[in-house]
Write a protein that binds this ligand. Structure first.
Ligand code: ZN
Ligand code: ZN
Length: 138
């Protein structure tokens, strides 16, 4: 098994360690991700198996309803404001983390660009990565 995925917020108050491999890696150009990131897209790794994950520090949670109608809980650091993770009320076994929160962000390898329908002309992503208008069916 490869080594754990570790990371956290910019100031270090919120940390995680995940000992499984990501099941999904994507760049998302939806409007929510634009707002949360402050730029054209968010970059995410999604893991299954909450038992293999540890979270340290106290993130502030914000619940919002995604396009799918499901509640997403965004976890961000109350001190530095960095978005760190997203959890899903309907899929409690999953946890999504932001790619730049990784200690080694180079381990992020996007498989697909989601919500390309919302993309801005100035937000250029790797042309080799497939793009879908919304979310692929899970
Ligand atoms: Zn922080
Ligand atoms: Zn999005």
């Amino acid at each position: 098994m490869s080594k754990a995925f570790t990371g956290g917020c910019a100031c270090g108050a919120v940390r995680y360690e995940i000992s499984s491999e990501p099941i999904f890696m994507n760049d998302c150009q939806c409007h929510d991700c634009q707002h949360a990131s402050g730029t054209g897209h968010g970059s995410y790794l999604t893991f299954a198996g909450r038992k293999s994950m540890t979270l340290a520090g106290k993130a502030t949670h914000w619940d919002m309803v995604g396009d799918s109608g499901n509640v997403k809980t965004k976890g961000f650091c109350p001190a530095c404001g960095s978005p760190v993770y997203v959890s899903y009320a309907a899929m409690p076994d999953l946890l999504t983390i932001t790619a730049a929160s990784l200690d080694e962000p180079g381990r992020f390898k996007p498989q697909v660009v989601t919500y390309h329908v919302r993309a801005h002309a100035w937000d250029h992503l790797d042309p080799a990565v497939p793009k879908v208008d919304r979310m692929p069916p899970t």
